[in-house]
Design a protein around this ligand. Sequence first.
Ligand code: ZN
Length: 226
Amino acid sequence: MVRHQPPEEMLLDYATGTLPEPVALLVAAHLTLAPESRRDVRNFEALGGAMLEELEPEPLGDDALDNVLARLDEPAPAERNRGRRERAASEEVESGSEAGLMPAPLRRYLPRDLSSLPWKQRTGEVAEYELLKDAPGFRTRLLRIRAGAKVPAHTHEGHEYTLVLQGSFSDECGRFARGDVEVADGAVTHRPVAGSECDCICLAVTDAPLKLTGPLGRILNHFIDM
Ligand code: ZN
């Protein structure tokens, strides 16, 4: 069971299609693992649809007939929402299976054979694989943290969104396991520690560099690109 859902406004932005692509991808992957969040997104979508239907009709003008004829060509609200519903349905099917580590929305960005994923070792204990490299202003990475390893203490110049795909990590904000999302910003300084059960694999999206804290970290910031 997912314990840490993304904040409500993030799910609302997802429902209205206003999240930037990397964050939307992270939410889409989370939704395949979290029925509660799927329900929230569906409620937001239904609310949006109902509000559209209640909009005041325009007063009739000379071009009223033209307008009506033009609107006949437009998809009905139900039709407009169908794409989303189909998407949600496929997400639901996904959640029922333990078959894949990688949620379907993520798989299209990854090589078919996950064992051949060219992980890049960042430190002795953290490896990464970067995806969505062309999304301006964002870094989107799969991180693999060795079981039991500590990530250096850091804070954030912007936002850091983390979705756990395998294993778990714990930090000052709690324990995060498969499907959980942590959103951290400059107000959060943390030192995530991977659970000892297995390597922890996360999808991490950042919109600004991390800032290592502690005396050594402050020096290292000048040399490494987190
Ligand atoms: Zn962080």
